[in-house]
Design a protein around this ligand. Structure first.
Ligand code: ABT
Ligand code: MG
Length: 143
């Protein structure tokens, strides 16, 4: 299996609940290597840009409000089969439908505030990583 990178965001609800450590612990315990990490607060514009594929959807306004409502923690994670394995670790978009023991099942309140983001393909992972990090901010790229 190929080593891949995925972009996650510990969303504002995760930060508000003081679960940065617990969620990061689960991610690392599952074998993901953190290769870049920062805390930032998205503006409505940057949140809207990140979720631009959803801009015609009815939930877009609320999504942008939520994602810009407080600080979040984007990270680039590396692992074999990272894209699929990370989405398995976090569980379904709707926490009510997420498998037992997943991050969303254990901690998320609703589909609109679901704790963590995970890229849905290798290609999108690259685009999303570049949205948050410059080349020099990715530790694993350095000698
Ligand atoms: P992300 O990892 O945040 O992209 O979520 P996921 O890929 O699991 O699900 P998608 B469909 O990409 O949802 C993006 C964000 O929109 C929220 N959402 C989604 C709603 O609020 N209502 C809906 O009906 C749907 C389908 C969930 C995601 N973000 N949050 N927070
Ligand atoms: Mg998505």
């Amino acid at each position: 299996m190929a080593v891949e990178r995925t972009l996650t965001i510990l969303k504002p609800d995760c930060v508000r609940k003081n679960l940065i450590g617990e969620v990061t612990r689960r991610i690392q315990e599952a074998g993901f290597k953190v290769v870049a990490m920062k805390m930032t607060r998205l503006t409505k514009e940057t949140a809207g840009g990140f979720y631009a594929v959803h801009k015609e959807r009815p939930f877009f306004g609320e999504l942008v409000e939520f994602m810009s409502s407080g600080p979040c923690v984007p990270m680039i994670l590396e692992k074999e089969n990272a894209i699929e394995d990370f989405r398995t670790l976090i569980g379904a978009t709707n926490p009510d439908e997420a498998d037992e023991g997943t991050i969303r099942a254990d901690f998320a309140d609703s589909v609109g505030e679901n704790m963590v983001h995970g890229s849905d393909s290798v290609e999108n992972g690259k685009i999303e990583a570049a949205y948050f990090f410059t080349e020099s901010e990715v530790v694993a790229n350095k000698a």
